[in-house]
Design a protein around this ligand. Structure first.
Ligand code: UDX
Length: 467
C-alpha cells in the first residue's frame, strides 16, 4: 500500500494540471503541460467530463497527447445541464470539485507508489484545488491564462474594497479609473477583469472568481505561472514577486494543437492559399463573446464595404439571444459565393494567423488571441466584449501601438462605416506594422534558447526535478 503523504521526491515526480473549464483556460495550460511532459515529467491533465468529451469529439481522439495523460472528473452538474449559466457552474465547481479531485489523486497515488502526485498546477481561480495540494504533500503552482497586468490588478482588489473604492458587487466607487504604474495602461470604470455592468449577478460571481485568484496567488502558490513574457510586461511582472512568465505559449513551440472544443475547419487554409499576401482580414471573437443580431449585421456590412477579403469565425452560438445567426439579405450570395469572404464555425487559429495572406486581426482581444496575433506580427482591430479584453485592448492600442479601437456609437453599436474606416486606416499604417514586427521579434526571442521565458521554464523544470 502507498501512504497518503510523502509524494515522490528526488525523482521527476508526477504533475497534475487542472484548468478552469473554458476554452481560453484549457488551451494555454494544455500547451504548457505538453512542454513539461516533453521534458520527461509525468503529467496528468484533468478536465471536467463535459470538457473532456468536447475535446475528444472535436479532436477525434481519446489518446494521450505527447506524453500528457488525459483524465476527467465530474463538474457536479447533471450531464444535460446548461454550462453557460456561470453562476450555477461556479457554485457547483466550488462545492464538488475538490472532493472529486481528492478521489482521483488517491486512486493515482494508490496505483503506483513511484508515481504519486508530487505537484499540482491549477488555474489560479481554483483556489480550493491549490489548497488540496498541501493535504497530499504536493507542491502547488497557480497558472494564469491572462496577462501579468490582469493578475497585478486582481491582487489589488482587497485594497480597493478596503479603501471604499470598490463595492462587493465589483462596481468602482468615487474614482473613475485605477492606475498601478505609469507603464501599465489604467483600468477605467467597467473595464476590469470582473466587470459585467449589464448583469450585476454575473459581475459578482466574476469578482468572486478573481478573489479566489487573489487568495491563490498570495497564499497557495509557490510560483505563479503566467502566459506572458517579461519584456512585454516588465512593469506588471515586477509587481508580482512570485510571477514566472513562461509565454507566449504557442502551438509552434508546444507542438501540434489538440485543444479546440470545436472541430477546426481547415478548408480555410486552402482558401487563404489563393489570396494575395497580407490581404485578408481575419475576424474572430474567441469562444465566449457574443454579438446582438443588429451588431452582427453591421459587422457583415462593414466587411463587405471594405471590399477586402475576409475570413470570419462565426460560432453557432455567436448571437447573444441564442438565435440562429442571420446575415443581411443577399450577403452570403454577394460576398461569400464570389470568394471574397469565407465564414467558418471554428478555425485553426494559430495556423491562420501565421498564414502569409492574413494582414490584419479583428479580435475580441482575449489574452490568448492577443499573444497569438502579436507573435504573428499582425496589426489589430480591437473589439473587446468583457473580462480582461478591455485592458488587453489598451495594451494593444495605447502601450504597444499595434492596433486601433473600433469605436461604439452612442447606442453601443460598432457601425459599418466605422468598421470600414478602421480597416482602411490599420492596413495602411506603417508605424503599426513596424511596431508589430518589433514585438514579434521580442516574443520569438523570449522563448528561444537563453530567452527570458526559456530560462524561466528551465528554472521551473529544474525545480520540479530537484524537489
Ligand atoms: C477567455 C478570455 O477572453 C481571455 O482573455 C482569458 O485570458 C482567457 O479566457 P476567450 O474569450 O475564448 O478566452 O479568448 P482567447 O483568450 O483569445 O482564447 C481563445 C482560444 O481559442 C485561442 O487560443 C484561439 O487560438 C482559439 N481559437 C479561437 C481557435 O483555435 N479557433 C477559432 O476559430 C477561434
Amino acid at each position: 500500500m502507498c501512504g497518503k503523504m510523502g509524494a515522490t521526491k528526488g525523482k521527476r515526480g508526477h504533475v497534475l494540471a487542472v484548468p478552469f473549464p473554458a476554452q481560453g483556460h484549457v488551451t494555454p495550460l494544455l500547451k504548457f503541460s505538453r512542454l513539461i511532459a516533453s521534458h520527461g515529467v509525468k503529467l496528468t491533465f484533468v478536465n471536467t467530463h463535459f470538457i473532456h468529451n468536447k475535446l475528444a469529439a472535436a479532436t477525434n481522439s481519446h489518446a494521450p497527447q505527447l506524453g500528457v495523460v488525459l483524465a476527467s472528473i465530474s463538474d457536479g452538474l447533471p450531464d444535460d445541464d446548461d454550462r453557460s449559466d456561470a453562476f450555477k457552474l461556479w457554485e457547483s465547481l466550488n462545492s464538488t470539485m475538490a472532493g472529486h479531485l481528492t478521489e482521483l489523486i488517491e486512486k493515482i497515488n494508490a496505483s503506483n507508489c513511484d508515481e504519486k502526485i508530487s505537484c499540482i498546477i491549477a488555474d489560479v481561480t481554483l483556489e480550493w484545488i491549490l489548497e488540496l495540494a498541501r493535504d497530499f504533500g504536493a507542491q502547488s503552482f497557480g497558472f494564469t491564462p491572462a496577462s501579468a497586468a490582469s493578475l497585478a490588478m486582481v491582487l489589488q482588489i482587497p485594497n480597493l474594497i478596503h479603501q471604499g473604492n470598490l463595492d462587493l458587487n465589483g462596481t468602482l466607487k468615487g474614482i473613475e479609473s485605477v492606475r498601478l504604474t505609469d507603464e501599465i495602461p489604467a483600468w477605467r470604470k467597467d473595464e476590469f477583469a470582473w466587470s459585467f455592468p449589464i448583469d450585476l449577478k454575473t459581475q459578482k460571481i466574476m469578482l468572486e472568481c478573481c478573489l479566489c485568484g487573489e487568495k491563490s496567488a498570495r497564499f497557495r502558490s509557490t510560483w505563479l505561472l503566467c502566459n506572458t513574457f517579461y519584456e512585454l510586461e516588465s512593469s506588471a511582472c515586477d509587481l508580482s514577486p512570485k510571477l514566472l512568465p513562461i509565454g507566449p505559449l504557442l502551438d509552434s513551440q508546444c507542438r501540434a494543437n489538440c485543444s479546440s472544443f470545436y472541430v477546426e475547419d481547415t478548408s480555410c487554409l486552402r482558401w487563404l492559399d489563393e489570396k494575395a499576401v497580407a490581404s485578408v482580414i481575419y475576424v474572430s471573437f474567441g469562444s465566449l463573446a457574443v454579438l446582438s443580431h443588429h451588431q452582427l449585421q453591421e459587422l457583415a456590412l462593414g466587411l463587405e464595404l471594405s471590399g477586402r477579403p475576409f475570413l470570419w469565425v462565426v460560432r453557432s452560438n455567436l448571437t447573444n439571444d441564442g438565435s440562429r445567426v442571420e446575415y443581411p439579405e443577399g450577403f452570403l450570395g454577394r460576398v461569400c459565393s464570389g470568394g471574397l469572404g469565407k465564414i467558418v464555425e471554428w478555425a485553426p487559429q494559430e495556423r491562420v494567423l501565421s498564414h502569409p495572406s492574413v494582414g490584419c486581426f479583428l479580435s475580441h482581444c482575449g489574452w490568448n488571441s492577443t499573444l497569438e496575433g502579436l507573435a504573428a506580427a499582425l496589426p489589430f482591430l480591437c473589439w473587446p466584449y468583457f473580462a480582461d479584453q478591455y485592458h488587453n485592448q489598451s495594451y494593444v492600442c495605447d502601450k504597444w501601438k499595434i492596433g486601433l479601437r473600433i469605436e461604439q456609437d452612442e447606442n453601443g453599436i460598432r457601425g459599418r462605416d466605422e468598421i470600414k474606416k478602421k480597416i482602411e486606416i490599420v492596413v495602411g499604417d506603417d508605424d503599426i506594422k513596424a511596431n508589430a514586427l518589433r514585438l514579434k521579434e521580442m516574443a520569438t526571442m523570449s522563448v528561444a534558447q537563453e530567452g527570458s521565458s526559456f530560462l524561466n521554464f528551465q528554472r521551473f523544470i529544474d525545480h520540479l526535478i530537484m524537489e
